[in-house]
Design a protein around this ligand. Structure first.
Ligand SMILES: [Zn+2]
Length: 279
């Protein structure tokens, strides 16, 4: 049936699909143009196009913000490492190091270093936001991302609290195990797998060949770091560990996040024109 330039499909089978925005069953509304529950044009659901340009623009902007938080967390790690290297160099030349410079370098290392797992944990929690696209195919990955985010957040906050407590055998034991858990490679491997999978999905749905390639970069950095950790290669030079975990890994996360944000923002702009009700 054709009405006002739009083809309306009253095929019962096609209408078995739930509305992509709210999940409302379209079976009973054979000829309606818009979903009676949320108002989204029925043709969007029937087309079954999962491209980002046919997805919720609000959700895409939220995901871009979450990737921004992820990039900021990784930037903290780079800043902390730069301050650490400067401090190591400055300590070689003690008589020229003033107390003021020492304190600035000390806190520029300490605050971002404590902040990065907390900010990254928050970013993972944000990335678990439900797209509300029906049928829901991302439930498992969303739950894993949320669990990893909450886990990382709780462990790093707990570690911050425990280091302030007075020494005792139990506290020392808890402090040691928390410190070991937050050391590479575990947090980085989890962060790489979850964020790269998400970025790759956006590359596929946003039709970006560049992002498809770039979204694998943090996985390679995490794999290289895991090989170094597994074979204890850093016993030959601590530089190996610093280069991979404090520079290569966070910088690969930052570049992947920037391109992901770009793809999401461009698609969201296009989706704003598509994600509508029909007159
Ligand atoms: Zn709906």
């Amino acid at each position: 049936m054709r009405a006002g330039g739009t083809i309306l499909i009253s095929d019962k089978h096609a209408r078995m699909k739930p509305c992509v925005r709210c999940g409302y069953s379209l079976t009973r509304i054979a000829d309606a143009r818009n979903c009676p529950e949320c108002g989204l044009a029925v043709r969007i659901t029937l087309a079954g196009n999962s491209g980002l340009e046919w997805s919720s623009p609000g959700w895409q902007r939220f995901m871009a913000f979450a990737f921004g938080v992820l990039a900021f967390g990784s930037l903290c790690k780079v800043v902390a490492s730069a301050a650490d290297l400067t401090l190591r160099l400055a300590l070689r030349d003690l008589h020229r190091l003033t107390t003021k410079v020492f304190l600035v370098l000390y806190w520029t290392r300490r605050v971002p270093n404590d902040a990065w797992p907390i900010i990254t944990g928050i970013a993972l929690c944000l990335l678990a936001k439900h797209e509300r696209r029906y049928p829901d195919r991302s439930r498992i990955s969303r739950r894993l991302t949320l669990a990893a985010g909450i886990g990382l957040l709780m462990l790093s906050v707990l570690h911050l609290i425990v280091v302030q407590l007075e020494d005792g055998p139990t506290i020392a034991w808890v402090r040691y195990y928390l410190w070991r858990t937050l050391l590479p490679p575990w947090p980085q491997v989890v962060i790489a797998i979850l964020s790269c999978a998400m970025s790759l999905e956006f590359a596929r749905r946003g039709h970006s060949r560049w992002l498809k390639k770039l979204s694998q970069l943090p996985l390679w950095a995490a794999a290289a770091g895991t090989v170094i950790w597994f074979f204890d290669l850093d016993q030959f030079s601590w530089w190996l560990r610093t280069i991979v975990w404090d520079w290569l890994f966070p910088l690969s996360i930052i570049s992947m996040s920037i391109l992901t944000i770009h793809v999401l923002r461009v698609s969201a702009r296009e989706a704003t024109a598509n994600w509508v009700s029909d007159a």
